[in-house]
Design a protein around this ligand. Structure first.
Ligand code: PLP
Length: 357
């Protein structure tokens, strides 16, 4: 089976040896602290370390079991029944589910290669008066698109004008394989942006270490929600991540990831060019985990999934990424955990199936 389903890291990218020595150091150094109940904000040394990296104070940082759990808290604290949340169309399927669990309406704004369509975004802001806007500005999941600096600034200005909160979710930001970093949305509106990030794609998703940073009062509200949910997050993984950063192992890890993933993205793009140029369009991502393929014609998603499975290709139903239920002609293609030969074979097989249909 060739799986184009989940956006998981390559298993060969896990820094197992380094983590072994980090865990020994973490337990020796912080044993009594990490085996005890503690603050719901998370492991203090890691918060302090990150606060220095981001140039903020450590009470502006919350650590939790992955960014997705914090998004759940954000939905519960700042959305809820009767409210509207704007997202990109398409967006991360689990984010849609998480936000919907709060009882809010999730409204999609069409996404272009350089971010949301600004006119449609403005119109949606005026009609739905959202409390919250959820965006993935860098190498978006699932499309691969990166939002332009102009759009980041524009959305921050709209947030001020129409009084909504921005959640920028940036787990892929450090996985840029070409081009230059763009400013974070928070740099244009720090007083109303919560940034979500994660060590899932950089170190390991199994550790479940994600974070939120932003205005002190908002982070405090999230920490209160966290305390009511689990008292203290699991501290050992956070101490492990702390050791990893303190020992300066991240630059080497990022180099390894870039060396492994950049050629996989290139193979994906080259093979799409060979096979799909007449029947689909896609953004050429500059980093991240995904290429989003839009087919020129709508086909039945369940039928395609079934046929692909018969040909030993696993796909995710594109409709899950669209808050409005569309997406019959959309396929998310993750490339990081597949070897170049698997990517080529998978894309060739998929193209043949689709051409037949
Ligand atoms: C945009 C986005 N946010 C959050 C997550 C989940 O991150 P975590 O493992 O930290 O919960 C993912 C994982 O695929 C993602 O793509």
């Amino acid at each position: 089976m060739i799986s184009f389903t989940r956006g998981v890291p390559a298993v060969e990218a896990f820094p197992q040896e380094e983590l072994l020595s980090c865990s020994e150091k973490a337990i020796k150094e912080y044993g009594p602290q990490i085996f005890q109940y503690s603050s719901s904000f998370g492991f203090e040394p890691l918060r302090k370390f990150l606060s220095e990296e981001y140039g903020i104070s450590s009470d502006q940082i919350l650590l939790s079991h992955g960014a997705l759990q914090i998004l759940d808290f954000i939905g519960q604290c700042f959305a809820g029944p009767g409210s509207s949340v704007l997202v990109e169309l398409p967006t991360y399927d689990r984010a849609i589910q998480s936000l919907k669990r709060s009882g809010c309406s999730v409204i999609g704004v069409p996404l272009k290669e350089d971010g949301p369509e600004i006119e449609a975004f403005q119109k949606a802001v005026r009609s739905y008066k959202p409390k919250l806007v959820y965006l993935i500005p860098d190498f978006q999941n699932p499309s691969g698109a990166t939002m332009s600096a102009e759009k980041r600034e524009k959305i921050a200005a709209l947030a001020r004008e129409f009084d909504f909160l921005i959640v920028e979710d940036i787990p892929y930001r450090k996985l840029r394989y070409r081009g230059k970093d763009l400013p974070q949305i928070r740099s244009f509106a720090p007083e109303r942006t919560i940034t979500l990030s994660s060590f899932s794609k950089l170190i390991s998703p199994g550790l479940r270490v994600g974070l939120a940073y932003g205005p002190r009062e908002l982070i405090k509200r999230l920490a209160f929600q966290a305390e009511g949910t689990y008292i203290t997050p699991s501290l050992l993984p956070q101490a492990l991540v702390y050791e990893f950063l303190k020992e300066d192992l991240m630059p080497g890890q990022l180099d390894r990831l870039h060396t492994l993933y950049a050629p996989r993205l290139q193979v994906m793009l080259d093979t799409l060019e060979e096979e799909f140029s007449d029947i689909g369009t896609w953004v050429k991502p500059e980093g991240g985990f995904f290429v989003g393929l839009t087919l020129n014609k709508e086909i039945s998603a369940p039928q395609l999934l079934e046929k692909a499975k018969g040909a030993e290709i696993l796909l995710t139903d594109g409709r899950g990424f669209f808050a409005d239920g569309q997406g019959d002609n959309f396929l998310r293609l993750p490339f990081c955990a597949l070897k170049p030969e698997e990517i080529k074979k998978g894309i060739h097989t998929l193209a043949n199936l689709i051409k037949d249909m």
